[in-house]
Ligand binder design. Structure first.
Ligand SMILES: [Zn+2]
Length: 460
């Protein structure tokens, strides 16, 4: 019996599979993902697939259907259980699996769900995800019947996280799991770290009753800021819904965005490994790239997208990479995947050993003024064309442009960025200057270039 299956065209995305439950994605899709992804694993000579799932209400049933699909094409399934996405990645290493699939809707609203995949130790993305649709449509599946077994890795995962903690003084830390899949692991970790810990929203609850589990939106950090203030904490850390993105605030309740955290992480690593390459995406502050160079490292600006960053990291053997979205990848002492709990352990260690506060460390960073990431809707069909038109006009004008991902334009004032999102019908912009007047000039220039392509600059 054949199982031809057509996915809703919107769910096979650049970096993952994702949709709205029982509208664009459901258990039949999970079975088809299992069959088609298992077929790819078989073609690569593998037979063991680790699977995990997040705290969404629909996740256990989606994981069961995924497992059914994987087994029906001969895969042996290792169930690592419920937890954050990086715990599943860890499970692939710890269990010596050939691949891994995480059932997760990441930071999206409760009615979303989907899959993140890992083949061997590499990310599975782009064309490889599109190929799953082709395999499913023709039911060109591998044959066989696999088994399944519970292989929980929770305790080993927590031990592994803790094994890289190095601290001197004990800190007072606030933590916010946002009711996401990181909850239990966050509690286990905090209980075993020295110091005092205030835990927020640690109960895993797929309805996300307190706030949205996305720490890159500052409004979602209000609760953490209040807890940090009320308990006189040295710092606060927050996680997205599946624990692969980190947010952090200092003792004064100020956010340290990922490019600021990266300066700290890069400093620690470069002090032990001078001359190494450190990667950050095109949205990151020039302060980060300049600081990496000043501290004796090789800064490398790369395209936005966690799978792209991970691939570049393997290629260049960089010990550290990070994205503005909060994905931070440590290959220094760790596996090179994005694990926000691990990043928290390293951050707490750095502050603990510094003998000063995170606020004081933050105040020493070179001052710049910048916009946050500005995202605005744009027709899907036009988004790449608009960026290309802007690039051509910049080129004619003789501008200093890095076009690795959209355009990042450097001027005497600073820089501005315009790129098309790979995952949404959205254009993304950011500007950064040495002072407010410079920032206004950069915003004006960006606005003019957009205008010439018929796009109105959103109010910032
Ligand atoms: Zn995530």
């Amino acid at each position: 019996m054949a199982f031809e299956h057509r996915f809703d065209p919107t769910i096979l995305r650049e970096y993952d599979i994702r949709g709205v439950m029982d509208k664009t994605i459901g258990e039949e899709d999970a079975r088809a993902v299992g069959r088609s992804f298992g077929t790819v694993v078989a073609r690569n000579g593998g037979s063991k697939v680790a699977i995990g799932y997040d705290g969404r209400l629909s996740s256990p049933a989606m994981a069961a259907a995924l497992e059914e699909g994987l087994r029906s094409v001969g895969m042996d399934v290792l169930r690592v259980g419920r937890g954050p996405t990086p715990m599943l990645y860890f499970g692939v290493y710890a269990l010596e699996a050939d691949a891994g699939v995480m059932v997760t809707g990441s930071h999206n609203p409760p009615d979303y769900n989907g899959f993140k995949m890992m083949l061997g130790h590499g990310a599975f993305y782009g064309e490889a995800i599109a190929e799953l649709g082709t395999i499913a449509a023709s039911a060109a599946y591998a044959e066989g019947q696999g088994a399944a077994a519970d292989r929980p890795v929770f305790d080993d995962y927590i031990d592994r996280l803790l094994s890289d903690y190095r601290g001197d003084s004990s800190l007072n830390v606030a933590w916010d799991a946002g009711n996401g899949a990181v909850g239990e692991a966050m509690v286990a970790l905090a209980n075993r770290l020295p110091g005092q810990h205030t835990l927020l929203n640690e109960a895993i609850d797929g309805t996300f009753p307190n706030h949205h589990p996305d720490p890159t939106v500052e409004a979602n950090l209000e609760q953490l800021k209040a807890a940090t203030r009320d308990n006189n904490c040295d710092l606060g850390v927050a996680f997205d819904g599946d624990g692969d993105r980190i947010g952090a605030i200092d003792g004064q309740g100020r956010v340290l965005w990922a490019d600021q955290l990266m300066v700290l992480f890069a400093g620690e690593i470069l002090s032990e490994r001078p001359g190494e390459t450190i990667i950050a995406d095109v949205k990151a502050s020039s302060v980060l790239f300049d600081e990496i160079a000043r501290m004796g490292g090789k800064p490398l600006m790369w395209r936005t997208g966690h799978s792209l960053i991970k691939a570049k990291m393997r290629e260049t053997k960089a010990p550290l990479a990070g994205e503005m979205s909060g994905h931070v990848f440590f290959a220094d002492k760790y596996y090179g995947f994005d694990d926000a709990l691990y990043a928290a352990v390293r951050l707490i260690g750095i502050v603990s050993r510094s003998g000063e506060s995170l606020a004081a460390i933050r105040d020493r960073l070179p001052p710049v003024v910048n916009t946050p990431e500005i995202r605005f809707d744009c027709e899907e069909e036009r988004k790449f064309a608009i960026v290309e038109e802007v690039r051509e006009r910049l080129s004619k004008a003789g501008a200093d442009v890095n076009d690795i991902d959209g355009v990042r334009v450097s001027t005497d004032d600073g820089w501005w960025l315009l790129r098309a999102s790979n995952t949404q019908a959205v254009l993304v912009a950011r500007c950064e200057a040495k002072d407010e007047a410079g920032l206004d000039r950069l915003k004006g220039q960006l606005g003019e270039y957009l205008q010439q392509s018929g796009v109105a600059m959103p109010a910032i």
